[in-house]
Unconditional design. Structure first.
Lengths: 563, 48
């Protein structure tokens, strides 16, 4: 988005349009991102473009934070498409689009990151476009750095350290504030636990038997509490498999099955009046976050806890330490090992402890749970720092290497793209972690050298162009060198997979250089390599300092032991 | 017979030829690609 030095006239209202075509959970997280937008920028008119199947059931929530909501009804657009062909659908779509294009949109922000949303963004008229859109050559264009980072990192691996809510805020340009998020919905709480034991895919949810065990223990250990099962209409049969299990017969008077019986608005109020929500990664957890109802999320399959943990200060997320977790939806998986690695006993103990109001900390974890159970999981708790959510691993001595790198990436991206300093304590590392960090140092050295080469050859091109007799052959030769750098960076990614976010980010950056002539493009390329050098330097220093701190701590421990 | 599918195949052939001859896509072309993506997403959603 271009910055303007002009002050807008008092009566001018800028129109900001958010394009969010994905599902319920993403829409709720979008609401959380813009929660304070209108109070901070009262001269903004904020409109939302969403799919009607997801936006209409959430209308009670969306209307509070958006001046207008445009919903695209694909069922209506594609009605009888097999008979009527493309022209009728196109005509129907054009009616919708013409209405939308009457808005004088100053900035369109695409928060969906799907192919359809990128094409959609291309056909909406707006003075500025943020996030991905397709240009006339059918190439994806992403002009802003936060969207480039999301496109590169979120879609490719699990090293993104940001909650999607914070990423959305960064993309829109809403500065993080120190004031913690307030509940959007408040209600008096009853002694009830809401459980949603389902998810959008089988690999993201446990089978019924494990849920039966959790519900049984929850009812047994918490004799004043009711358990309420919730879900959509198409989950009714699955819910009955749970509620009709003979193990739950003794407690059936405190077990209520509301699956398929509530609207989303009713479900929101139900969760708001409950003491705890337990479930997988799904919309219901995000609804709970709206009222700051404590949540315990069981992450499985392709779920990325750091991105999708419900956005509030009372969130717990239990994730397996399975090697292949988190996977991609396209990965083959016959055994779902990650499902078995989260013991239901641990989940039941957590439910009891959270409901008691007592602290869930490392001491409680070690004293009240089997070390065998703890060894196969990570347990995260949410915390807000500098206005953004972070997840702390509550199991001491079990810091995973990906968690360490996520911390480094958070510090680096926040400084380089967000222009603010984030501080975290030195992560503790074990011998395996130490080895991985040393490997990464070598990879970073290579990347730094390649960045320096990239700057050098970009400068050579600019110098050649500005010479009295520029040689096309020389310019081509220098350009070829820059292409070789791209190829060598890809090789570093193979040997240092933890550096993938940096390399992927720069691949996207270089694919979106600014300029309509060779001089501007080369200047843009130079700045790109300069930023790459900065990022690799910061990461190098963070890793080096962590290793130094680890050596200091290890030496001190050995000295203390020898006394 | 799926008239929509047949129309899409025809239009995509035309769009592909435009791109191969370095001709820019029009807004109407982008809308056609968008509709194809939307209907595929709807189909995927209905299978879940």
């Amino acid at each position: 988005m271009k910055a303007s030095n002009k002050r807008l006239p008092e009566e001018h209202t800028s129109t900001l349009a958010l394009l969010q075509l994905t599902r319920f959970g993403d829409l709720i997280q979008t609401v959380q991102a813009v929660q304070n937008l209108k109070s901070t920028y009262p001269n903004y008119r904020v409109i939302l473009i969403a799919r009607s199947q997801f936006a209409k059931p959430l209308h009670f929530l969306l209307e509070r934070y958006f001046d207008k909501i445009y919903t695209i009804d694909t069922q209506s657009i594609f009605q009888d498409h097999q008979v009527n062909g493309l022209s009728k659908s196109l005509s129907s779509f054009n009616t919708f689009l013409n209405d939308l294009n009457k808005e004088n949109i100053d900035a369109l922000v695409n928060l969906s990151f799907s192919k359809s949303s990128s094409y959609f963004s291309s056909v909406i008229n707006a003075k500025h476009k943020i996030g991905p859109y397709y240009d006339a050559t059918n190439k994806v264009q992403i002009n802003d750095k936060w969207s480039q980072m999301l496109y590169a990192t979120v879609m490719r691996g699990s090293l993104n350290p940001y909650s999607l809510v914070d990423l959305f805020r960064n993309i829109i340009g809403i500065k993080p504030s120190e004031t913690p998020s307030t509940a959007l919905i408040t209600a008096e709480r009853k002694d009830q636990i809401v459980i949603h034991p389902f998810a959008s895919s089988e690999r993201k949810s446990w089978k019924a038997e494990k849920w039966v065990e959790v519900i049984y223990k929850a009812l047994k250990d918490n004799d004043k509490h009711q358990v309420i099962l919730v879900g959509a209409k198409d989950e009714v049969l699955k819910s009955q498999i749970i509620t009709e299990n003979p193990l739950l017969k003794t407690y059936s008077h405190r077990l209520q099955n509301l699956t398929g019986k509530t609207t989303i608005e009713e479900l929101t109020k139900l969760v708001a009046s409950s003491r705890l929500f337990v479930g997988h990664d799904s919309m219901v957890g995000h609804l709970a976050a709206l009222s700051q109802t404590p949540t315990l999320t069981i992450s499985l399959g392709n779920v990325r806890p750091h991105e999708t943990t419900p956005y509030h200060a009372h969130a717990y997320n239990i994730a397996p330490r399975t090697k292949c977790f988190p996977c991609f939806p396209s990965d083959e998986c016959a055994y779902t090992q990650c499902h078995h690695d989260i013991p239901y006993q641990l989940v039941s103990n957590l439910v009891k402890q959270i409901l008691s109001g007592k602290s869930v900390d490392n001491e409680w974890m070690k004293n009240s749970n089997s070390s065998f159970h703890l060894s196969s999981v990570n347990l995260y708790r949410s915390r807000f720092q500098a206005g953004q959510m972070t997840l702390d691993n509550l199991i001491e001595g079990q810091v995973e290497v990906p968690d360490i790198f996520r911390t480094f990436y958070k510090i680096t991206w926040s400084f380089v793209i967000g222009d603010h300093e984030d501080n975290f304590p030195f992560p503790k590392i074990n011998p395996n972690g130490h080895r991985d960090l040393l490997d990464a140092l070598t990879g970073l050295q290579h990347l730094f050298e390649l960045s320096e080469f990239g700057q050098k050859y970009s400068r050579y091109i600019l110098e050649e162009i500005s010479s009295s007799t520029p040689s096309i052959a020389k310019i081509k030769e220098f350009s070829k060198k820059i292409d070789e750098i791209d190829h060598l960076q890809a090789m570093v990614q193979k040997t240092s997979p933890y550096l993938a976010p940096i390399i992927d980010y720069f691949t996207v950056r270089k694919g979106n250089l600014f300029g309509d002539n060779i001089v501007k493009l080369t200047e843009s390329s130079y700045y790109c390599f300069e930023e790459s050098a900065q990022i690799t330097s910061i990461m190098y220093e963070l890793i080096q300092n962590t290793i130094a701190e680890h050596k200091l701590t290890t030496t001190k421990t050995k000295t203390d032991l020898n006394k | 017979m799926n008239a929509f599918k047949e129309d899409i195949i025809k239009e995509f052939d035309r769009i592909k030829k435009s791109l191969e001859s370095n001709q820019p896509l029009s807004v109407e072309d982008l809308k056609i690609v968008l509709l194809k993506e939307l209907i595929e997403e709807d189909l995927h959603e209905s299978k879940q």
